[in-house]
Unconditional design. Structure first.
Lengths: 287, 386
């Protein structure tokens, strides 16, 4: 039973981790805590549902297209709205993301088909696989694999592509990066777009685990502590933070007294911040 | 304060005298009522079909010439499940002075916020979709309700199931809010009457995605019946988690999980699930006679299949119409309230309960029926439970 719950916690933690990753990606590049990641996740899941149920696309085609659509949405929001906050106090951008999140959610709830029923995204996954004594849901396995792939892809992007290296440079020191011929505004767009796409990946992964509904974005409430625990500026830290949050949540639900489960995650965040003010993955200089 | 108000309204009703022109919302050839629904918020999934059911019933009555020669009109307001918006909507409608009664307002927060305004303005507050005690008790001349608190239904349902299937170890999975606690009280009181107590209880917050730890906990307590104080999504998730780990425990869900979506989304995992039904789900397959006609009319009109909420909306409007008929052609609020307070409805083709009102008791029905998902659809498996 312990292993079963642990596994469930890890799989759930991976989704937290992906959302946390999108927080971190945006924060590193723009120093803005984005409060719309949860809503972007919800929009991503709905985009996939729209393509599958509305347009009749095969699921395997709809998923990448939904993620690409989120990438485009992120870029669009940056170009139309968030770019205007450059050079203003950080709070401006934070509040803008908050407002954009509300607008996204309001937009989705205006569509009757979105609010009048729950939706299910049927991925071609095996139902339950028995591994020894463990019963593993296909959807959980998919989350684990997809999170691994997403991390590998991101790591490769940051290490081996020009855009990735440029984005890193920009987040280290935008002025020097600009002197080197990198356009900080394009990197700004790229960061928001990537952040949105990652939230979209989390959304389509979450869809088979829960169902698709306008309240899905609430998961960001768990992902944010995960990002903070991971140090807010470390990509591996975000995933580790997410998995830690997922596992702590699952195990405290099993062993601690009733009600402690909801507190455990935030308690952990406070504890980590007390002991490691930079977060578990944080390093070196504070700005 | 509330008692003073009751006395005041009763006195006002006594001395109001026959002044039909002064009855708000009532003219010689029309009656205008209002409803506050959630058409855009988190429970729009209920609000839209409720509205459709209500409007359909009123229009049907109008096609037959209306009630005592008066056509029925309704103003539908959207609260988005937000009490603040609901108050604005209620104020707007009350300010016009063109509304006779409020019918079937949706959502406990909305109802708790707007009900005082409505009854203070002297308008009937009828059959809200909120299983809250305050909607009918203490008895108020203008408050009438069709739906009992979850506690009443769950008390009877748990007693029935324990008696029938001999469960000894009952556990509870509950949403950690008023709704969940209300169900918990009902389950506890039902169990106590059978000499049992909950062996395990475990909560979750709204928006929870994973039920592995809750199900593991209930399983560790060796429950033989798990009561679910959940809504559709969590019902499906909890049942799927239990079946995934190979735990074939019996489960019972509240009326909130009694929805066709539960088996549409839950598939094999929810097969055998018990539920509490207040109104039978209007399945098109196998419907005959008047029910089939109604389903076809609904489909033609709304281009969608009716669900249990459409049926409830229709039922609410039908009960209102029966009250209006009983009140007679000379319509004022006091006369209508008197007629309502002794109304016994005739059951319709939808298969809902009959409603009995008395001057002392303004809750029309306290009883639900057991239902069970068999071969992918809800089937009623008991008569109305005492």
């Amino acid at each position: 039973m312990f292993a079963q719950v642990l596994l469930s916690g890890i799989a759930n933690g991976c989704v937290y981790g992906l959302v946390a990753l999108s927080f971190v990606l945006v924060f590193k590049a723009t120093e803005t805590v984005s409060f719309m990641q949860g809503e972007l996740l919800m929009v991503g899941a709905f985009a996939a549902v729209l393509l599958v149920e509305g347009a009749g696309w095969p699921v395997l085609l709809a998923l990448p297209v939904a993620v690409l659509a989120l990438f485009a949405l992120g870029a669009l929001l940056e170009a139309v709205v968030l770019r205007r906050a450059l050079g203003r106090p950080h709070l401006t951008a934070v509040l803008l993301t908050f407002g954009l999140g509300l607008a996204l959610r309001g937009g989705v709830t205006m569509v009757p088909a979105a609010t009048h029923q729950l939706h299910r995204l049927d991925l071609p996954l095996p139902g339950v696989i028995a591994i020894g004594p463990l019963q593993v849901a296909g959807a959980h396995l998919a989350v684990l694999v997809a999170t691994g792939l997403a991390c590998a892809a991101l790591a490769a992007f940051f290490r081996f592509t020009r855009a990735g290296v440029a984005l890193r440079a920009c987040s280290e020191d935008p002025r020097v990066a600009a002197l080197m011929g990198i356009s900080p505004s394009r990197m700004h767009t790229l960061a928001w777009a990537l952040g949105a796409a990652l939230a979209g990946v989390a959304g389509v992964l979450l869809a088979p685990l829960t169902l698709v509904h306008p309240g899905m974005g609430l998961i960001a409430l768990k992902a944010f502590p995960a990002a903070v625990i991971g140090g807010l500026s470390s990509l591996p830290g975000a995933i580790a933070g997410g998995v830690l949050v997922g596992v702590i949540e699952a195990l405290s639900g099993l062993y601690l007294p009733e009600g402690a489960k909801e507190l455990a995650v935030y308690g952990l965040m406070l504890l980590v911040l007390l002991m490691f003010p930079q977060g578990l993955g944080g390093r070196g200089a504070t700005r | 304060m509330r008692r003073l108000l009751t006395v005041f309204i009763a006195l006002a009703a006594l001395f109001a005298g026959p002044a039909p022109a002064a009855t708000p919302g009532v003219t010689d050839d029309s009656i205008r009522i209002a409803t506050i629904q959630d058409l855009s918020g988190p429970i729009a999934i209920l609000g839209a079909p409720i509205r459709d059911g209500i409007v359909m019933r009123l229009d049907e009555e109008n096609e037959r010439g209306g009630v005592h020669g008066r056509k029925l009109r309704i103003a539908v307001e959207d609260s988005g499940y937000d009490p603040k918006k609901a108050i604005l909507a209620a104020r707007r409608l009350l300010g016009d002075g063109q509304v006779f009664a409020f019918l079937g307002n949706l959502g406990t927060p909305v109802v708790m916020a707007t009900m005082p305004l409505i009854v203070e303005a002297g308008l009937p507050h009828l059959f809200p979709f909120s299983p809250h005690l305050a909607t009918y008790a203490p008895t108020h001349p203008l408050k009438f309700q069709l739906f009992a608190p979850y506690r009443d239904y769950m008390d009877a349902a748990v007693r029935h199931l324990v008696g029938q299937n001999g469960y000894r170890r009952v556990g509870l999975l509950y949403q950690d809010d008023d709704y969940g606690l209300e169900v918990m009280r009902g389950v506890e009181s039902g169990l106590a009457k059978r000499g049992l107590a909950l062996v395990e209880r475990t909560g979750y917050k709204r928006g929870t995605t994973d039920f592995a730890s809750q199900i593991a906990r209930l399983r560790a307590a060796d429950c033989d019946l798990v009561v679910l104080a959940t809504v559709v999504r969590e019902t499906v998730a909890a049942a799927q988690e239990a079946r995934k780990v190979g735990w074939p425990v019996d489960m019972l869900v509240t009326a909130s999980g009694y929805s066709a979506q539960t088996h549409e989304l839950g598939g094999a995992a929810v097969e055998g699930l018990y539920g509490v039904s207040v109104m039978p789900h209007p399945y098109p397959e196998g419907a005959d006679g008047a029910l089939n006609d109604w389903i076809q009319r609904y489909r033609t009109r709304y281009d969608a299949d009716p669900n249990v909420w459409s049926a409830m909306g229709y039922d609410v409007a039908d009960t209102f119409i029966q009250g209006l008929r009983a009140a007679g052609r000379d319509l004022d609020v006091a006369g209508f309230a008197r007629a309502m307070a002794s109304l016994n409805t005739t059951p319709g083709f939808l298969g809902g309960p009959t409603y009995h009102f008395s001057p002392e008791d303004h809750l029309g029905n306290r009883r639900g029926r057991m239902a069970r998902i068999v071969s992918g659809r809800w089937q009623l498996v008991s008569d109305y439970l005492e």
